[in-house]
Design a protein around this ligand. Structure first.
Ligand code: PMP
Length: 431
């Protein structure tokens, strides 16, 4: 209560508003996929503290790497050389596809956050192509900075006065998209062409695509969408920008990067959150020639390439490589998805379950036929889940989706407990 009172008094309304639960929760401890509140009650974190916790809360190897670096030299501005970010850049570049001829070279620009990386990617695309217009998806979320808001489609997530030169295309939502259920990629690709012709100068700088939309309610790109979008955008002079802030680092289970689900090699890849398991860091990884023109103008991120965050990032990559994290996301995610499909059979409020790996969602509807979104039941289930010891997040344009993006160490035993907790929560919410 004291913490809540202090926070409520001193936080700005803009920071205070985003408190999703009925009453305040104070977390004091985390270990792998679990959290403990100030009363010592244990929770399973299906939110992954907003997808930042990729390999586990306070993962000992990440903490050790960051602590050792912080003790030696906490920060080193990018004016100087430091081995840790240099190694990390090399390791991140090595995760990128090299192309059919094996000759694609990737370079890294470290930022402090995902939205800074989005800003930078937008500037890079505009600088390289000489075009201003960008395309983005209607239910995309790309972050809170002005530039990132300008490519964030949902009006309620955008403040007045954001910069322009952005045209929105429909998200290829296979459940409730504008072209109907399971419409595939084709009509959405045609729409991209139409929007380029009608809402831009005809020459574009690029398109931003979350390989799996996060806040949009876990919207997967249907097969052929990412490659088709890249083809069409390149035909109009633009670049394909993959936002991997939520879908990267093995979370989708099958691949390190979400875009690898399709036959596409992006021009620019944006990453953050899971990159460093909770330490502040973002990065743009771009083809070398695309990043080159940026050198003509000043672009300096004070904390970018911070060695403490980069040391954490190196540890994350090592854990992903050595501890079969991606494989765990695939196996445990498939099991959880199966359990969500069972729940859908039993609870009329569930309209759709979807996702891949450990990036899953349940969408709630008032009526399965009309698909009218049901934010009230979503909120009730969300609260009831908390009573069952599960922390989830509400998402989607109607706040009618429960999003599950846990640390990728979630186990099969946790799935059992999650499925039971959700079942109870749905039963309780239906009363
Ligand atoms: N892109 C996506 C897909 C995101 O989910 C977010 C953050 N939720 C961002 C970009 C922005 O990242 P940050 O909050 O670190 O600025």
């Amino acid at each position: 209560e004291e913490t809540a009172a202090r926070r409520d008094h001193y936080y700005s309304a803009s920071q205070k508003k985003f408190i999703p639960f009925r009453d305040p929760m104070v977390f004091r401890r985390g270990q792998m996929q679990y959290l403990w509140d100030e009363k010592g009650r244990k929770y399973t974190d299906l939110l992954g503290m907003n997808v930042c916790i990729s390999v586990g809360h306070s993962h000992p190897a990440v903490v050790k790497a960051a602590m050792e670096q912080a003790q030696e030299l906490t920060h080193c501005t990018t004016m100087f050389y430091h081995p840790v970010p240099a190694h990390f850049a090399e390791e991140l570049a090595a995760t990128m596809p090299k192309g059919p001829k094996g000759d694609i070279e990737w370079v890294v620009h470290f930022t402090n956050s995902g939205s800074e990386a989005i800003d930078l990617a937008m500037a890079m695309a505009r600088g390289f192509t000489g075009n201003l217009d960008l395309l983005a998806l209607r239910t995309a979320y790309h972050g809170p900075t002005s530039a990132a808001q300008s490519v964030t489609g949902i009006a309620g997530w955008r403040h007045p006065g954001m910069p322009g030169n952005v045209a929105f295309v429909a998200e290829p939502n296979q459940y409730r998209g504008i072209f109907g259920q399971n419409a595939g990629a084709a009509p959405y690709l045609e729409e991209i062409e139409r929007v380029i012709q009608t809402a831009t100068t005809g020459r574009v700088a690029g398109i931003l695509v979350e390989s799996v939309q996060g806040y949009g309610g876990i919207i997967e790109m249907p097969p052929g969408y990412m490659s088709g979008a890249a083809e069409r955008i390149r035909a109009a002079g633009g670049l394909y920008i993959a936002d991997e802030v939520q879908s990267g680092f093995g979370r989708t289970g099958d691949h390190m990067w979400g875009f690898e689900a399709d036959d596409v090699i992006p021009d620019i890849v944006v990453m953050a959150k899971g990159i460093s398991n909770g330490f502040p860091l973002g990065a743009v990884v771009a083809r070398k020639e695309i990043a080159a023109p940026m050198a003509a103008k000043f672009m300096f991120h004070t904390y970018g390439a911070n060695p403490t965050s980069c040391a954490a990032g190196r540890a994350v990559l090592q854990i992903i490589r050595e501890d079969k994290v991606q494989e765990n996301a695939r196996v445990v995610g498939a099991e959880l998805l199966g359990r969500l499909q069972d729940l859908k059979q039993r609870h009329a409020a569930i309209g759709d379950v979807r996702g891949r790996g450990l990036m899953l969602a349940i969408e709630m509807v008032k009526d399965q036929r009309t698909k009218e979104p049901d934010p009230a039941t979503t909120a009730a289930v969300f609260e009831a889940c908390r009573d069952s010891g599960l922390i989830l997040s509400k998402s989607g344009p109607f706040q009618s989706c429960l999003r599950m993006v846990p640390p990728m160490c979630l186990s099969l035993a946790d799935v059992e407990q999650v499925a039971q907790g959700l079942d109870q929560a749905f039963t309780q919410a239906a009363r």
